[in-house]
Write a protein that binds this ligand. Structure first.
Ligand SMILES: *Cc1c(COP(=O)(O)O)cnc(C)c1O
Length: 223
């Protein structure tokens, strides 16, 4: 009956095994359970398994899913993994613990200002468009250094801890994961959010610190 608990446990086992196979410490790999478009019942079931780290890609939906639950479970951590619009930054900063999708100076500055206003702190990843796809969000690799410098400058001072990517669906994922890792090493950013339901083993192999898993935990979203 407890399908979602089983899924979480099975994935955690696979993470542990893959990590060991590649000489990595299993606890260095964080499972971000992506609850977008899933029912509250399923989300609660995953909470019953003890899982506490989740990802959402839309601010509005994240509130619908998590505003109440976050009051009831103090240790829930929420990652924003979708594109963030400037007019949603205020609400995003109030709800999320980590924003993985910083991809422009404009959004970085807005997050920074909002953090000051709300007297809050949170960590960020910079989303990199490793495949330079026109339809995808993320900073292009050539502009990454400039954006990192800006985020680290005194008047922005964002706590950037890593890089995030969504590889093109029609190219070998491994190349993109390795590329993101190289970019991270170059800039002293060792947290890497990469890998989803279909490719997380390869991402772990390539050095992922955060894997974002939706359907393999909660089942189809109907999209
Ligand atoms: C939906 C989503 C995921 C999860 O994808 P699955 O294939 O369901 O595991 C991961 N990352 C991002 C950015 C997403 O939007």
């Amino acid at each position: 009956m407890a399908i979602i608990q089983d899924n979480v446990n099975n994935i955690q086992e696979k993470i542990n095994k893959t990590a060991k196979d590649w000489g990595r410490v299993p606890s260095d790999i964080n499972l971000v359970a992506v609850s977008k478009k899933q029912s509250i019942d399923k989300i609660k079931e995953s909470l019953d398994s003890g899982h506490r780290l989740f990802g959402e890609n839309k601010v509005q939906e994240a509130y619908e899913h998590w505003a109440d639950l976050k009051d009831n479970y103090e240790d829930i951590k929420l990652h924003m993994i979708g594109h963030l619009q400037t007019n949603k930054v205020k609400e995003a900063v109030a709800l999320f613990d980590v924003i993985e999708t910083v991809d422009s100076k404009k959004i970085a500055k807005k997050i920074s200002d909002e953090l000051n206003k709300q007297e809050k702190s949170l960590s960020c990843f910079i989303q990199v468009n490793t495949g330079q796809e026109s339809q995808k969000y993320g900073v292009i690799p050539d502009e990454l250094e400039d954006l990192i410098d800006y985020c680290r400058s005194d008047d922005v001072n964002l706590d950037v801890i890593g890089l995030m990517c969504i590889p093109p669906s029609d190219e070998p994922y491994g190349l993109h994961f390795a590329f993101l890792r190289k970019l991270g090493e170059k800039h002293g950013l060792f947290q890497l959010s990469m890998g989803m339901s279909s490719d997380y083993d390869k991402a772990i192999m390539a050095g992922a610190s955060h894997i974002r898993i939706g359907t393999a935990i909660f089942g189809d979203r109907g999209d």
